[in-house]
Every structure is written in C-alpha cells, then in structure tokens.
Design a protein around this ligand. Structure first.
Ligand code: HEC
Length: 180
C-alpha cells in the first residue's frame, strides 16, 4: 500500500486549498478603521509593493507609468485617511479625468477601463486586469458606450498584504519620492 501514500497526500492538500479558497471576503471597512487608527509605518516595506503593483499605473518621482494620477506630491494634496480610502475603495471617489468607461461591442464583449487614446478609428483602453496591455476597440465595433462607476484602479489590491505592509506603503507615499 506504500504506493497510495502520495495520492492521499494530494487529496489532503486539495481539501486544504479549497478550505482557504472558501474564506469570507475581506472586511475592508474594518481594515480601513484599523489602518486609520494606526500610525507610523516602515516605508522600506512599502517600496517593493509600489514597484510591483502601483507603478503599473502611477508615477512616483522617476518610477512608474502615468495611467492614474501622479502620486509624487500626494503628501501635499491628500490627507492620510484619504489615501487609505483610495487604496481600499478605489471607486468611492473618482476624479473626472480618470472617469472609466464601459464599452459593449457588437460581438457582446464588455470592456471597462480608462481611455488613454481615441481617434476616429478606435478607442484604446487600459483595464484594471491587465494595465500593462492596453486594449484597442474599433469604433465600428462599438454597440454601446457609457460611464462606468468602477474605477480603473483594481479593488482588493491591499488584500494580500499585512497591515504592517500597507502602513509601510502609506509611509512610503507620504515620504515622497525624495524620501525613498
Ligand atoms: C490599473 C491601474 C492602477 C493600479 C495598478 C493602481 N492604481 Fe491607484 N489609481 C488608478 C486610477 C485610474 C486612479 C484615479 C481614479 C480613482 O481615484 O479611482 C487611481 C487613484 C489612486 C489614488 C488617489 C489619488 C488622488 O489624487 O486622489 C491613490 C492614493 C492611489 N491610486 C494609490 C495606489 C496605490 C498605493 C497602488 C498600489 C497598491 C495603486 N494605486 C495601484 C489606477 C491604478
């Protein structure tokens, strides 16, 4: 029966995965309160998160891309609780120039994102799923187009990070690009 052992192990592992996959959705409102009440933060923990995730869409000093707002001067324009809200609930406040659109194509596909280029022939969108790969939709293929209430900034970006890491990210943003 020795030969069965790896199979049993695989089954046990499989059930462990499905248990963690069935977890309740994260309580972001509770987390927001915790983060607002906390202070400090190690910006060295925030830098790698910015480089990996946020820099796909935000500039910060010389790093990053300008799809969303430039965050270099965020410390001067936003208060700490506002920054926390922007990270946990990106769709709550969306500035006009970052108004996302929702396009339905004649094939029935739905594309939602931020228009980064538009001419008589086509619209180019950045989507939150693949910000590094803009999508071009031909105007002749558009069935309907409307404003979207969902930010191009993805929900749940902070869910995989600990509070300590998110506090580090906030400290990193508040220190400004000169403080890296
Ligand atoms: C797919 C692109 C994308 C990614 C990735 C992204 N953002 Fe954003 N972000 C945006 C867009 C677009 C806006 C403006 C619309 C809005 O507020 O929802 C924005 C807005 C913000 C704002 C509010 C700025 C202001 O001036 O009010 C903050 C703060 C912010 N993002 C932080 C972050 C951080 C921190 C990360 C990484 C954890 C991140 N973003 C990742 C696209 C992105």
């Amino acid at each position: 029966m020795r030969i069965d052992t790896p199979i049993i192990a695989a089954v046990v592992l499989g059930s462990a995965i499905s248990i963690s996959g069935a977890q309740a959705p994260p309580d972001r409102a509770a987390r927001q309160a915790t983060l607002i009440a906390a202070s400090g933060g190690n910006k060295a923990l925030g830098k790698p998160i910015f480089e990996k995730i946020c820099s796909n869409c935000h500039k910060f000093g010389t790093m990053g891309k300008e799809i969303g707002p430039d965050l270099s001067t965020i410390a001067a324009t936003r208060k700490r609780p506002e920054i926390i809200e922007s990270i946990l609930f990106p769709s709550k406040i969306i500035a006009d120039q970052y108004q996302p659109v929702l396009i339905q194509t004649k094939d029935g596909d739905i594309v939602s994102g931020l228009v980064i280029k538009e001419n008589a022939r086509a619209v180019t969108l950045v989507t939150s799923d693949h910000p590094e790969k803009p999508i071009e939709v031909l105007k002749s293929q558009i069935q309907a187009r409307k404003k979207s209430a969902v930010s191009a900034m993805p929900e749940g970006l902070a869910d995989t990070y600990t509070n300590e890491q998110v506090l580090g990210l906030i400290a990193f943003l508040l220190a400004g690009p000169g403080g890296i």
